[in-house]
Design a protein around this ligand. Structure first.
Ligand code: SF4
Length: 483
């Protein structure tokens, strides 16, 4: 790729043309990557074609130079071209280059399933690219696409969080009954039933990453160990049907990203939907989903955003509680700043709520953030109220969650004592979804990681009300019984 002879310059021109042609296929690649009915073959064919075109133009020693170029200027190559370069490198046994290209592709789009696969394949030195985890998945089962549905801030509707399974079933504006058995829904179920799990992220779905899925043999024998009704799972697997007559058991409404906390030092900003956008959501969602949710066992709000700060979610709750019989089917996630007695009365939430999950956000646990203590002061009366509801059994569960980082680790004992005093049924210590390296104390390579593992072994945290399942892969974390 260096030199300045006429022939070098013309081959460089031809090579640049090939790269441009590869990049030009990015829109088609994106469409193929989100189409559950054709994935993975549709997207793979595009990558294959680009790799084949580049093969003749690229000598082996040029791939390392291209890695440097792509690292220096990430916009030069589209994800499909980076994936094609990774595939090409793997076919030539250039594992380091294959891994670098795939890593760069994944950095451009974290949910790109082909980038994830190629990255893993390069690490396992496989040109096919079939992974070790694929063999494990062949004998596994996941009930989620037969039981769960969730709306997303993008307006798309999925079975699982979009990061775990990027293929949507459709859009919020579609009829949810139709979406439940839409062609994409059937294709995803088929991929689970045939053991390929082709629409699921090997990197981001915790059920796969932590090898938690039950084996088919156990499900068929009724020994899956799942808390869910195993008989239903056995019947699903035996029937092998991609059309599911029963409605979902669990629905999560996570389409409104409205938040009411900010922390400028961390780049966390308040998100507020305008009146028009909120009215549009009311129009698209409330009537349709209130009807659709009638037979659903569990309805979760607030896995994204803060429902009590959202005009749309408050409207939804008001109408839902007015029109539905009281059956404790709501599971509400909140940062605790707003759900007090006045809100409970205003929305008439009494006997509609099964559980409340209060998550202390990063802005509340950031000791140097001036807003943190004011926010904690504001939420305490609400926490007292919610704890009171839990003690009187007016809700089934109050769960308080603290994300663990270097900043919050010293606060764990006080947090646990406070949560118990308030009446929390369960205290969760979790790994934050996003965490800068210097804060990521859950990483065994972090210099303060040992302090965390020894803290987790203390008697205060050795109790049934402490849930550290998300931290279970910490090497010296004691195995706890979690109820
Ligand atoms: S394996 Fe993960 S991503 Fe796939 S259906 Fe199950 S929970 Fe969802």
């Amino acid at each position: 790729m260096s030199g300045d002879t006429t022939s070098d310059r013309s081959s460089m021109g031809a090579f640049n043309d090939l790269l441009s042609q590869g990049n030009a296929r990015q829109s088609a690649y994106l469409a193929a990557s989100s189409n559950a009915e054709t994935f993975p073959s549709g997207a793979k064919k595009l990558i294959d074609d680009i790799a084949t075109g580049l093969d003749a133009a690229l000598p082996d020693d040029s791939l390392g130079t291209l890695v440097e170029k792509a690292a220096k200027d990430p916009d030069v190559f589209e994800v499909c071209t980076l994936n094609a370069l990774s595939l090409l490198s793997a076919r030539r046994g250039l594992w380091q280059e294959a891994e670098s290209f795939a890593r760069l592709a994944e950095a451009r789009n974290q949910t790109d399933l082909w980038a994830q696969r190629l990255l893993e394949a390069a690490r396992e030195k496989r040109a096919d690219p079939v992974l070790e985890v694929d063999a494990w998945l062949e004998s596994r089962f996941c009930p989620e696409p037969f039981e769960r549905m969730m709306t997303q801030p993008s307006g798309a509707v999925h079975f699982c969080p979009a990061r775990w399974q990027p293929m949507p079933l459709g859009h919020l504006s579609d009829d949810p009954d139709t979406l439940w058995n839409a062609p994409a829904a059937k294709a995803i179920r088929k991929s689970v039933l045939d053991g390929s799990f082709s629409c699921c992220s090997r990197h981001l779905c915790p059920q796969i990453r932590e090898r938690r899925l039950p084996s088919r043999a156990d499900v068929l024998a009724g020994n899956s160990g799942a808390a869910e009704p195993t008989d239903r799972h056995r019947r699903l697997l035996e029937a092998g049907d991609t059309h599911v007559k029963q409605p979902p058991r669990r629905v999560s409404l996570a389409h409104d990203p409205t938040t009411n906390t900010s922390c400028p030092s961390r780049g966390i900003e308040i998100i507020a939907l305008g009146r028009e956008a909120s009215d549009r959501l009311d129009h698209a969602v409330i009537a349709r989903y209130t009807r659709f949710l009638t037979p659903v066992e569990s309805v979760t709000l607030g896995e994204v955003g803060e429902p009590f700060a959202s005009r749309h979610m408050m409207n939804f709750l008001k109408i839902y509680c007015r029109e539905k019989s009281r059956r404790r089917d709501l599971h509400l996630h909140s940062n605790g700043l707003l759900p007090g007695e006045d809100v409970w009365n205003r929305l008439n939430l009494w006997q509609h709520v099964s559980s409340v999950h209060v998550h202390l956000g990063p802005s509340m646990t950031h000791s140097s953030c001036p807003r943190a203590s004011a926010q904690l002061k504001r939420m305490l009366p609400n926490l007292h109220f919610l704890g009171h509801l839990a003690r009187l059994k007016l809700i089934d569960e109050l769960v308080l969650t603290l994300p663990i980082s270097r900043e919050t680790v010293t606060e764990i004992p006080d947090f646990v004592r406070m949560a118990r005093h308030l009446g929390a049924s369960r205290i969760r210590l979790t790994q934050p979804e996003r965490c800068e390296d210097e804060q990521d104390i859950c990483d065994p390579a972090h210099p303060d990681h040992e302090a965390l593992t020894s803290l987790l072994g203390q008697p205060l945290l050795q109790a049934a009300d402490i849930d550290i399942t998300d931290l279970a892969d910490l090497p010296s974390t004691p195995a706890l019984e979690v109820t």
